[in-house]
Design a protein around this ligand. Structure first.
Ligand code: GLU
Length: 508
């Protein structure tokens, strides 16, 4: 056990796009495996065919690849423990179910969904909750209560059935969790979970345990929502006599909404304006588009950094971490027990840190894609200069547009408040004279314009306050934007003068 190779798996169900909570689980598995020289596996848990969504598996792989979360084994990369998609492993599970039946750890139940519904209602009427368990299975239609002949006859007549785990009575089940410590649960509180159905499909619980065993998983690192299933899983290892090689468990704290309590949901993201999925997802049935971090202008390394810190911290002041640094410093010991609140401002702050450290050329490449979406093209040198001027003001790639759209379209409307406050009878003349002066400035760069214009204003006894706001208004359409001399330089001489003339004519 001591020298067992670290083998971890990320085991999503392809029921839709991957929530960022799931991405964090994938990330922590990856970091843990890499840190310990282990193997990271992608296993697709698609036994519940009713919840299968086409495109979800490809989405998961694409999103994790974008983030740099890599797998050593999986259907898409191969490996010695495959197949890695549970629907392709269907044949494997039956033998294990038979083993449990033979060893009296499981039984066959024939109760129909309707039968159980009736019971549930009866219990409810008496203010009780029905559970298929040691207290009720003796009165229900199953292989424990029916004769062997009856069971054989039902099976031969293709009567639908399920195989249930026979949860023993009065057992204290201990789950040793690497994050939460020892969790003790009485088996009397647990029901007899369905493990297998007559359609030949195992349920999550059975497939998960059988696969973790066959794939020699050493550590199960997964979301806290699976903690209630862990006692059953521990019992399954016992039933199969696999306790010696049972993986160690680590249940990760929940990702919480930014405000209030509870798990972060897509609704919170919609309500507060941030994505809860790594990349954009288009629902194949409804066509509804859900936003993703990639398309919202986040960098993959920032998203990794954001998610790493939602539930883990290095215990130092250091916040900016590359993937390699995370691999180096990551440990399960430093994962917190309590839920981690998603903080949008902090997420943007992280992205801003990565953004300002990128070269203007890199940013221009990324912004070119934003512009393509808007069907705008500009020469690359201009975009490089533009990104250099605006990057301090931007957190996300889309902010470049919000902060600098006026570099791509001349204003057609002018802010009325600014006109009221700053447009005086003498303003048009002042601006025309300024335009004349600008026409002789060479080279038309920020430093030269600034020096020349300041000298010109001083010489002509014109205060900055008399002209700068009006000048900005005709170039931008409002009082927004970076420094005036930067704006003029980036627009170029011709466009600066043209906007002054157009503005004067329009504002009159
Ligand atoms: N298929 C489960 C899920 O979708 C995996 C849980 C586990 O890791 O055991 O989250």
């Amino acid at each position: 056990m001591q020298n067992r190779q670290v083998r971890v798996r990320f085991a999503p169900s392809p029921t839709g796009p991957l929530h960022i909570g799931g991405v964090r689980t994938a990330l922590y598995n990856y970091l843990f495996a890499k840190k310990l020289g282990g193997v990271n596996i992608l296993r697709i848990e698609d036994t519940d065919q009713t919840r299968f969504v086409s495109g979800a598996e490809a989405y998961i792989i694409d999103a994790l690849t974008w983030l740099g979360i890599k797998f050593d084994e999986g259907d898409h990369v191969g490996g010695d423990y495959g197949p890695y998609r549970q629907s392709d492993r269907k044949e494997i599970y039956k033998g294990f179910v038979d083993q449990l039946l033979k060893d009296d750890w499981a039984y066959i139940a024939f109760d129909s969904a309707d039968d159980l519904d009736v019971l549930r209602k009866q219990y409810e009427a008496e203010k009780k909750t029905f559970q298929y368990d040691s207290s009720t299975r003796g009165q229900l239609r199953n292989s424990l209560t029916l004769s062997n002949e009856e069971v054989t006859a039902l099976l031969n007549s293709d009567h639908p059935y399920v195989v249930r785990f026979k949860m023993p009575e009065n057992v204290e089940i201990r789950v040793n969790d690497l994050i939460r410590g020892e969790v003790v649960v009485s088996s009397n509180t647990l029901d007899d979970k369905v493990l297998y159905k007559s359609d030949g499909m195992p349920t999550y619980h059975l497939a998960n345990i059988v696969d973790d065993h066959l794939m020699e998983i050493s550590h199960v690192i997964r979301g806290e929502e699976w903690l209630p299933s862990a006692p059953l899983h521990v019992m399954l290892y016992k039933a199969f006599k696999w306790e010696d090689t049972m993986p160690q468990f680590a249940h990760l704290p929940l990702l919480l909404k930014p405000d209030g309590n509870g798990k972060l949901s897509k609704r919170d993201g919609d309500r507060l304006g941030f994505p809860v999925f790594p990349t954009e997802w288009i629902d194949p049935k409804t066509g509804i588009v859900s936003s993703g971090y990639r398309e919202a202008g986040y960098f993959p390394e920032a998203v990794v950094n954001i998610l790493a810190f939602l539930g883990w911290n290095p215990g130092t002041e250091k916040e900016q971490y590359t993937m390699d640094e995370l691999i180096h410093d990551f440990s399960l010991e430093r994962i917190s027990k309590s839920g981690a609140k998603f903080d949008l401002e902090k997420a943007k702050w992280f992205n801003h840190q990565y953004l300002i450290h990128k070269s203007d050329e890199e940013l221009a490449e990324a912004f070119k894609i934003v512009l393509e979406g808007l069907q705008i093209t500009r020469d690359f040198d201009f975009l490089v200069a533009f990104c250099g001027v605006l990057k301090d003001r931007c957190s996300l790639m889309h902010d470049f547009w919000k902060q600098g759209y006026f570099f791509f379209m001349a204003p057609t409307e002018y802010d009325q408040d600014v006109i009221k406050k700053k447009w005086k009878p003498e303003t048009p003349d002042l601006l025309i004279n300024l335009a004349d002066f600008l026409s002789i400035i060479e080279p038309f760069d920020e430093f030269t314009i600034e020096t020349a214009v300041k000298g010109y204003l001083e010489e002509n006894h014109i205060g900055m306050g008399q002209i700068m706001n009006a000048w900005r208004l005709v170039l931008v359409g409002s009082n927004a934007g970076p420094a005036m001399f930067q704006i003029a330089a980036l627009l170029g001489k011709e466009e600066t003068i043209r906007r002054i003339e157009v503005g004067i004519a329009a504002i009159k």
